[in-house]
Structure formats: C-alpha cells, structure tokens
Design a protein around this ligand. Structure first.
Ligand SMILES: NC(=O)c1ccc[n+]([C@@H]2O[C@H](COP(=O)([O-])OP(=O)(O)OC[C@H]3O[C@@H](n4cnc5c(N)ncnc54)[C@H](O)[C@@H]3O)[C@@H](O)[C@H]2O)c1
Length: 502
C-alpha cells in the first residue's frame, strides 16, 4: 500500500473549490477512493453533492453507465479534519494560491500521512520546491497540475522538483492515467509547460498590434485561417481575462530573469489596469454584448478599385508565381516601371527588402506564403506605398475568391512572425529541459487546443526557415526578443527535425 511505486488506492483531496471538485471527480471515476477536505465548514460536503450531481448528469446524457456512477459515488467520502486523511496513499492539494498557507499545510500533511505517502500540489504559479521546502521527505513531493474544468481538460502536468524521486514521478504518471488524464512530465520552472509555452502566441500578437501593423481582429483572422488556431490571440486573451493573463505574463518574464523573448507589451498592462479584462467585464480587445457574444470588426480588406492583374515578381519565386497565376494574375519577371512588384519575404519587411534590392518601395508589396493561403492572404506594404496599386491588387484577390488582410510593414508579416515565436519558445523549452520534445507538443495541443505542437510547427515551416525568420527579425529590430534558441539553430544547421532529442 506504500505510495511510491505501489498502487494508490486512496487519494486525499484538500481544497474543495473549482479544482478540488474536479480532481475528486476524476479520481473516483478512475476507481480510487477519495477523502475530500476543505477548511471552510460544510464546503467539502457541498462539493461532494455537486460531484454526485455531475455524475448524475453524465448518466442522464448517456455518457456514463448508472452502475459506474453509483460505484464512483460510493468511493467519495468527506473528511471532517486533516487528521482523517491519515489513510491516504496520495494527497492532492488544491487550496488557495498562497505560499505560506500551502507550506503550513504540507508540514501538517507530512505529520499526519505515512512517510511513504505521496504529496502533490495543484499550484499554477508557485514553485513546488518552495512549497516542499520545510518538509523532511521531499522526494515524495511533486506537482500535479490540472486544467480547468478538470473533467473536460485531458492534460495533467506531473511536475518534478529538484528533490522529487523518479519513483514518485512514475507513480504520479500512473495515477494521472488512472484518472483518465494524459500526463506530461515537466520541470519545476516558472509557468511549468503550458503557461510558459502559451506566452509567445499572445505576446507577439500584442507586439504586432502595438507597432500599428494590424488590428486585433486582423491578427485573429490570420491566425485562425492561416495556421488553423481554434481562437485568435486576442479572443483568447479576452476569454482568460487580462486580470489573469497579464500577471501570469509578468510572473513568467520575471521568473526567467527578464528574458526579452518573454516580455509582454505596455498595451497588455494598460488593458489590465483599465479594467478592460475581456469577456468577464464586457470589454476587452472586443466588446461583449448581451449573451457574451463578441462584437468583432471585420478583418477583410474591401476595394472599390478596378482589379489590377499585371504584376512583376521581385525575384524568381515559383511558389509565388504559381499562387498569383492561380488567382488570375499575369506574372512577369520584368519591372515595367508602373505595375506592382510582388515578393514573398521570410522575416524581412518590405522596407528592408526594397532597400536591399533597390526596388521602388511605393510599388513593392509582400505576400506571406507560410501556412495556408487558400482562405486568406496577407498583403504587406512599406511606408509611402501607392494606395491605388494596393487597392487594385486587393480587388483582384477578392475577385478570385480570397479574403485579404492589408497590413503595414512588419518583419515576418503576422502569421510567420507569431508562428516563429511559438516555434522558438517550444524549441527553447526543449533546450532547457522543461519537458521532452514529444511532451511539449502534447502539452500545448491538449492544454491550449493548438492545432499542432510548437516543435511540429517548426518542422512544418522548416527549422531553417524558422531560423531565417527569427534572424531577420533580430537583425532588423535589433531586439534580443527574436534571439533563436540553440535547439532550433542546431537542428537547422544539421538538417534535423525539431523533435530530434538530446
Ligand atoms: N482555477 C483554475 O483555473 C486553476 C487551474 C490550475 C490550478 N489552479 C490552482 O488550484 C488551486 C485551487 O484553485 P481553485 O480555483 O480551485 O480555488 P477555489 O477558490 O475555487 O478553491 C479553493 C478552496 O480551498 C479552500 N481552502 C483555502 N485554504 C484552505 C486550507 N488552508 N485548507 C483547506 N482548504 C482550504 C477554500 O475554502 C476553497 O474551497 C490554486 O492553487 C490554483 O492556483 C487553479
């Protein structure tokens, strides 16, 4: 019956709030007995009723056999004191997010539970090592980080502190699986896996909007249509709320000693401080009316101009030529001095491209060819671009059945810039051993609904191309924010997949 490595029959869940309830529910559904405790009088009993009602509703919807629900309910017991948790093989703490309170609880649990019982915390932002600091048997303490709502979110991060034993990790992975979750093993570092990995998507989007390149609605539309993200970064921030995601960004940036790659934007702080939290306050990047539906302005360019169909290519580019011909353009390699000139740069903005190659920047336009181009195109221009030429191009794209976002100059447009930052952060997480490459991808897909993991995304674009995008961004902006991870650089140099271990 010992905790480490042996079977875990009884789980003590401490804290019967939103998370504790979910953890208790998946534990009893996974065949374990649960002792549920909460410091507030009557809270655990109320939570137990809510869990039972939840199981009844699964039965009513035909998603759980009635006999299984009855058996699960019989495994749930309310504990009236901490001492009553003594028989537990594993304790999972889900109380208030306060270090001193958690440390005190762990001290008490150590005195009450057997010396070989496992102790786990569901903390989102505290270091497991800090919570375990005053305990005697720190090898049996780890993080077990679930996501809200627990029964619906399949992922659980099993977090290894410096003192945690391999046996404890192995036992918690097994427990996670019995609870019907998908466990990933993660180092005890700021933001763990998912909260760290999610920074790039929203923070680079904030950066792009802060630079005046595009609107939040345009960035969202591009990330949905080009890369297949379920939600754009701005609708996602509005959903989690600026009161939550701004402090998380700050904690993680500080936790990594102000690595520029993890910095958020003053715009993020302004939104949080002005109380424009998002959905919950009725106003974030978008306004939310009755019923919570967002009023999102259109991201699609419109044009009153006659279509322009004659274009020159800035350089030989088969993919760009093929795309343009497919959209009804007459493509020439010769610049007639009047027609728009088109290019498809990787990581370079139109201004740099025009200056480097000696093109007329007023007639030079860029199209982003990374990701899908069959739904939406992104057309980028330099300062001083001839508006009539842009509108003529837009008219032809629309006539050919494509949606278009017209944006101002940005090294890496929108899609390739955000994707490169997501990819680079995934690579850096692999390099600094936050988790294995496979677990990084699994974690980001299950924890944040990404259409593919950051390392698979690196491979999709190509490690060499991601390195090129970031190197250009770093050199054009002079900002260390775009510093490529060594993990990425080496795999690009050697022609390897980003998922290659070691
Ligand atoms: N809500 C989320 O999305 C989420 C996700 C992952 C992790 N977490 C973490 O899970 C933990 C719990 O979060 P929550 O959202 O369920 O909070 P909650 O406020 O819904 O519930 C906390 C419960 O703990 C009880 N409690 C407080 N101090 C206690 C103590 N000393 N002993 C016993 N019970 C005590 C409270 O009475 C309350 O019922 C936090 O550490 C949080 O960071 C939350």
């Amino acid at each position: 019956m010992g905790g480490q490595g042996a079977a875990i029959d009884t789980v003590a869940v401490i804290g019967a709030g939103a998370m504790g309830r979910g953890i208790a529910q998946v534990s009893i559904q996974g065949g374990m007995n649960v002792l549920l405790f909460d410091a507030m009088n009557g809270a655990a009993a109320k939570a137990a009723e809510a869990i039972k009602a939840q199981l009844d509703s699964l039965v009513a919807k035909g998603r759980l056999p009635a006999a299984d629900a009855d058996a699960a309910k019989a495994r749930l017991a309310v504990a009236d004191s901490l001492e009553a948790l003594a028989p537990a093989d594993l304790a999972v703490e889900a109380i208030i997010e306060n270090l001193a309170v958690k440390q005190e609880l762990f001290g008490k649990l150590e005195a009450i539970l057997r010396p070989d019982a496992l102790l786990a915390t569901n903390t989102s932002s505290l270091r497991i090592a800090s919570i375990a600091r005053s305990c005697k048997h720190r090898e049996r303490i780890a993080g077990l980080h679930f996501f809200n709502p627990v029964p619906l979110m399949k992922l659980v991060e099993v977090i290894r502190a410096p003192a945690t034993s391999d046996a404890t990790i192995a036992a918690l992975v097994k427990v996670g699986e019995r609870m019907g979750r998908v466990p990933v093993v993660v180092q005890d570092s700021p933001g763990f896996l998912v909260n760290l990995g999610g920074r790039a998507y929203t923070q680079e989007a904030l950066r792009i909007v802060s630079e005046g390149v595009a609107t939040p609605a345009q960035v969202d539309a591009v990330m949905r249509d080009v890369w297949g993200f379920r939600m754009g970064p701005f609708e996602l921030m509005d959903l989690t709320g600026m009161d939550v995601n701004f402090p998380v960004s700050q904690i993680i940036h500080e936790g990594y000693f102000y690595d520029r790659r993890l910095a958020t934007s003053p715009l993020h702080q302004s939104m949080a401080e002005s109380g424009q939290f998002g959905r919950k306050s009725g106003q974030g990047f978008f306004r939310y009316g009755e019923g919570g539906k967002g009023e999102v302005p259109s991201a699609d360019a419109v044009s009153e101009s006659a279509p322009i169909t004659k274009v020159a290519l800035a350089e030989d580019d088969d993919a760009l030529a093929e795309l343009l011909r497919g959209l009804g353009f007459e493509v020439s390699g010769f610049d007639d001095g009047q027609s728009p000139i088109l290019c498809a740069p990787l990581g370079e903005d139109i201004s740099s491209y025009a200056a480097r190659r000696g093109f007329d920047h007023r007639r030079l336009f860029g199209l982003d060819l990374t990701g899908r181009t069959d739904q939406r195109l992104t057309l980028m221009q330099a300062p001083g671009a001839v508006r009539a030429l842009r509108d003529g191009l837009v008219a032809q794209f629309i006539a050919a059945g494509r949606k278009v976002c017209t944006i101002l100059d940005s090294p890496g447009f929108i899609a390739q810039r955000i994707a490169a930052m997501v990819a680079n952060l995934g690579c850096e997480m692999a390099q600094i051993r936050v988790a294995s490459p496979a677990d990084i991808d699994k974690g980001m897909m299950l924890g944040l609904n990404y259409p593919l993991g950051p390392l698979a995304l690196t491979d999709r674009i190509g490690p060499g191309a991601v390195l090129e995008i970031l190197s250009q961004l770093q050199s054009i902006t002079g900002d260390d924010r775009y510093r490529p991870s060594l993990w990425l650089r080496r795999r690009a140099q050697l022609g390897l997949s980003a998922l290659t271990e070691d």
